[in-house]
Design a protein around this ligand. Structure first.
Ligand code: SF4
Length: 370
């Protein structure tokens, strides 16, 4: 699958199956992007803005190899190549759409729900997705957070035993060197009240060679640990990414997927059905279909809320329950996720409820006598 459109830079090529090589050779400048893609004026302007200090750009050679060099509408390319439209703000846009700053309880620790917290261990990623919820901070250059920097967050977790799950995120925690990542996870494991760890990463999608033996051997010692990944399009399900998911699943690590609904990229029932079925075959559970967060400068990538509901109506009943994720909107301001879907309750009466099935048939369900 790794077959580049243009030679990546650097004297030490080729070593494309090494994840460090992939990171070293990620395209980060307009000139590097021009070697991979026939850029439109809109893309060139967007890339120039990114290079001049906006939300940075980064595309691994592997992920670039999945994209069309000539078609700007390519769903892979649209996820990672900046556009001038990113400078446009539309009504509803927010720099911090999930109110994370208001919910920060210690440096790098965000708590928006009673029993969960989010620990940000780096601001770096293998690729920078143009719809990133955390584009206000991701790629800002601070890099991996030291254990000293994370100590107040660890102390806060020790003092708040009601938090049972910690989601380790960033940036992408798999941008960290394995010993460094494991050191953070081991510190979390030492906190008795933290029952479950989750690792939120796009590496299986954009840098699948990152899921190597050393990483998997380290992670499997830390059960229960769930891996939350982020496939958005069936073209991302390559032999390499499927093998990365298999290495995680073989080590007993449950892998769940969050897909972001993106305009012109995956807002199509056939595309989503192919993606969700492919994920199940790869032993990855489609968990959420997320209405895209209202991140500043992403209006051109978002769909109306009703589009996701229409898509769920098309998919329900046609996909098995295992393959069908839950559609959710993470509400602006950080008030939490709300599940969405086609209306199924058409009438409520004393002792009975009428439900609309996926076939469009209304069926009355009678309650037992009280
Ligand atoms: S990998 Fe995740 S954190 Fe990094 S840019 Fe993409 S969506 Fe944002």
């Amino acid at each position: 699958m790794i077959e580049l459109h243009a030679s990546p830079p650097g004297p030490d090529a080729p070593a494309p199956h090494d994840w460090r090589w992939q990171l070293r050779h990620a395209a980060r400048t307009v000139a590097e992007l021009e070697r991979l893609f026939e850029l439109t004026d809109d893309e060139r302007q967007g890339a120039l803005a990114a290079e001049r200090g906006g939300f940075p750009l980064a595309i691994t050679p592997y992920y670039a190899s999945l994209a069309s060099p000539s078609d700007p509408a390519c769903p892979i390319r649209r996820q990672v190549v900046p556009r001038a439209l990113e400078a446009t703000t539309v009504p509803g846009d927010l720099a911090d759409p999930l109110g994370e700053e208001a919910h920060t309880v210690a440096p790098e620790l965000i708590r928006r729900y009673p029993d969960r917290a989010l620990l940000l261990v780096t601001d770096h990623c293998a690729v920078f997705c143009r719809f990133c919820t955390r584009s206000r901070t991701v790629g800002s250059g601070a890099g991996a957070r030291s254990l000293e920097r994370l100590e107040p967050a660890l102390r806060w977790l020790r003092e708040h035993p009601e938090v049972r799950e910690v989601i380790v995120s960033g940036g992408d925690p798999l941008a960290l060197a394995t010993p460094r990542l494991l050191a953070v996870l081991e510190r979390l494991r030492e906190i008795p009240s933290v029952e479950v760890l989750r690792l939120a990463t796009r590496a299986p999608v954009v840098l699948p060679m990152r899921v190597d033996d050393e990483l998997v051997a380290g992670l499997r010692r830390l059960h229960p640990l769930w891996v939350m990944t982020h496939f958005n399009h069936p073209r991302e399900l390559t032999p390499e990414s499927v093998a990365a998911c298999a290495r995680l699943a073989d080590a007993g690590l449950p892998v769940m997927n969050q897909t972001v609904l993106l305009r012109g990229i995956n807002d199509d029932a056939a595309v989503l059905a192919e993606l969700f079925r492919g994920l199940v075959r790869a032993r990855v559970r489609p968990y959420y279909l997320l209405h895209a967060d209202v991140v500043r400068g992403t209006g051109h990538l978002r769909t109306p809320l009703a589009r996701g509901i229409e898509l769920m109506r098309e998919l329900q009943g046609r996909l098995s329950g295992l393959a069908l994720p839950r559609l959710v909107c993470d509400t602006p301001g950080g008030y939490g996720k709300v599940p969405l879907g086609p209306e199924v309750v058409v009438q409520r009466g004393p002792g009975s409820t009428t439900l609309r099935t996926w076939r469009g048939v209304d069926v009355e369900v009678i309650d037992p006598p009280t």
